[in-house]
Design a binder for this molecule. Structure first.
Ligand code: UDP
Length: 565
């Protein structure tokens, strides 16, 4: 097994089992064996091939062609072992409701999962509170309490608390929400997003007003000019990266199980819309490991998709859920989210620049292949094990629709840690830099892009001086002595135009059941208008949401690479 130095550091610090004195007591091989064995336990519910599948799972994981989300790696085989990364909890408009959910969120965070909440049902600031005769303090004030609670809960001792906080654009407290993170001290454990409705987008397009609604009464609470609110959103996002947008009506139009509930929030990094009390297990295929001799090995990829889908479906059966309501919901829809990492590496191996038309075409081709293969695998499982229990009333409950074991099969996760373990580029992001130092836990890791190094040596432009310069700059733009085609191939995130970032996100979204985690990176000099354009373009292109980040802008919160402080 070929693990990089950085992968070993991360595994030792956070993933390998330790004894009570904190000494590591398993090797990476044993770790993969533990995961394969405990997930294959689920096979015993359905047949007598647990040993066979354990071997298949072990082979897939230990070759780093596929990895499940971090909680599975950390907790598989433990008792209790919570294996899912993503959760959404409802927040009811009552004191018991708000604090019951906070307690439940604490249990999830402790088990290594991240939680999303919509605070839209909470009555606005200064609204009446009948029981006490007082006035309400509003959603943002309760978000601050959740944030403080998250500070003190270390996720299973291994992860920082990650939360998503959502507010509908038509909530009366929307302006306070939009501005709250301009103060760097506020809501540091939250990513925040606005739930944007079609009605709002229509008002924005027409440069008109839209209606605010008091969620307690369902009655109008005044009107705002859509354009002015948009200006505030853009100003905050330009300054801090928050709020992002979630196109909530679009999400709900794609809801596979409307009879089981509607979406009001996503998980913390935005890639997974979920119903209240729903969870999802994610896993990512390493695309770089599926290139052989300069072409994509689709046969191998197809085989790996099938095994990965089975692995993720098994995970649901052996998971220890933090709450009975979550267990019921997850076992009702059996959502899994298979995605990819190492996309930028794959493009380098194929010689295609990230922002080239060919790359957008290939993104659609690859993701379509994975979606189709994952649905095929889910159908095959349904024949063996039955369709997901909430199938009746789902969008698949119709003639000519596939009979699936899983209400969704695909999600593109950030793979913040997984990509370090698999030593590949993260998710579908471009390379951020060709060489950089980053701090993982307490140690400084130096990363030089291995493909660039290899190419430099093969093509004879390698020298120590050149590398020092690349180290200093992080990209090749101004570096002399590098062929222009190499510069084009290794363009980094900030050299890629925002519209090309969005085009890539949209390409993957087209063939992804759930959503796509992507940061639209903007250079520091980007203007507010650039942020505005990006937000509108994401809507136009069919994305389910958008997050921008302007390089050097303050962001006192968890980011995509939440495991690297
Ligand atoms: N997540 C979390 N805490 C973290 C990082 C991630 O709770 O510090 C959750 C969150 O729901 C996120 C999901 O895990 O959306 C997937 O993130 P990522 O792919 O980066 O995690 P990995 O599996 O690589 O650790």
């Amino acid at each position: 097994m070929e693990l990089s130095e950085n992968a070993l550091k991360v595994l030792r610090a956070r993933y390998l089992l330790k004894d009570e004195q904190g000494r590591v007591i398993e090797s990476p091989r044993e770790m993969f064996g533990r995961i394969a064995r405990s997930v294959a336990e689920a096979e015993k519910f359905y047949g007598d091939r647990a040993c066979y599948w354990e071997e298949r799972f072990y082979e897939l994981l230990s070759s780093l062609r596929f990895l499940p989300n971090s909680p599975t790696i950390m907790n598989a085989g433990k008792s209790p072992g919570q294996l899912a990364a993503c959760f959404v909890l409802p927040v009811e408009d009552s004191m018991p409701g708000i604090f019951d959910t906070l307690k439940n969120a604490a249990l999830i965070l402790q088990s290594g999962g991240g939680t999303g909440f919509s605070f839209s049902r909470l009555r606005p600031k200064a609204d009446i509170v009948r029981s006490t005769g007082g006035i309400a303090s509003g959603p943002v004030s309760f978000m601050k309490i959740y944030n403080t609670a998250t500070d003190v809960i270390k996720q299973g001792g291994a992860r920082r608390g990650a939360n998503m906080g959502i507010l509908r654009i038509d909530h009366p407290d929307v302006l306070e929400f939009i501005r709250v993170k301009r103060d760097a001290k506020e809501l540091a454990n939250f990513n925040i997003s606005l739930a944007i409705t079609d009605a709002y987008m229509e008002a924005l397009r027409a440069d008109g007003e839209y209606q605010l609604v008091n969620p307690r009464t369902g009655k109008s609470a005044g009107r705002l000019r859509a354009g002015e609110v948009f200006g505030e959103i853009v100003a905050s996002a330009w300054e801090t990266g928050d709020p992002g947008l979630v196109f909530i009506d679009r999400l709900n139009r794609a809801n596979p199980t409307p009879a089981a509930g509607s979406f009001e929030s996503t998980n913390p990094c935005g890639e997974q819309p979920l119903l209240p009390y729903e969870a999802c297990v994610l896993g990512s295929l390493n695309l770089a490991a599926h290139v052989k001799g300069g072409v994509i090995d689709y046969d191998a990829l197809g085989r790996d998709v099938a095994v990965a889908v089975r692995f993720l479906d098994d995970t649901i059966d052996v998971n220890s859920y933090p709450l009975p309501a979550i267990e019921r919901m997850h076992k009702g829809n059996r959502k899994i989210g298979l995605g990819v990492m190492g996309w930028a590496d794959m493009l380098v191996l194929l010689g295609i620049p990230y922002d080239h038309e060919k790359a957008f075409r290939l993104a659609r081709e690859v993701m379509r292949f994975i979606r189709d293969a994952s649905r095929e695998a889910s159908c095959a499982l349904a024949k063996e094990r039955g369709v997901f229990p909430n199938f009746a009333g789902s969008i698949y409950d119709a003639p000519h629709m596939p009979r699936l074991r899983n209400a969704t099969t695909t999600t593109i996760a950030p793979t913040g840690t997984l990509s370090t373990i698999a030593d590949c580029s993260s998710g579908i992001e471009p390379l951020f830099a060709l060489a950089y130092k980053r701090f993982v836990l307490d140690s400084e890791l130096v990363e030089i892009n291995k493909y660039f190094l290899q190419m430099a040596k093969e093509q004879g432009f390698y020298s120590v001086e050149l590398f020092q310069e690349v180290m200093r700059r992080g990209n090749l733009r101004q570096v002399k002595g590098i062929p222009s085609r190499v510069k084009r191939l290794f363009r980094t995130a900030l050299e890629i135009l925002p519209e090309h970032h969005i085009e890539m996100q949209a390409a993957f979204q087209e063939y992804t059941d759930n959503a796509v985690s992507k940061t639209i990176n903007l250079p520091n000099r980007a203007k507010k208008e650039d942020v505005a354009r990006a937000y509108l373009l994401a809507y136009e292109k069919g994305c389910k949401g958008i997050t921008v980040f302007r390089y050097g802008a303050r962001r006192g919160t968890l980011v995509k690479f939440a495991d690297t402080d």
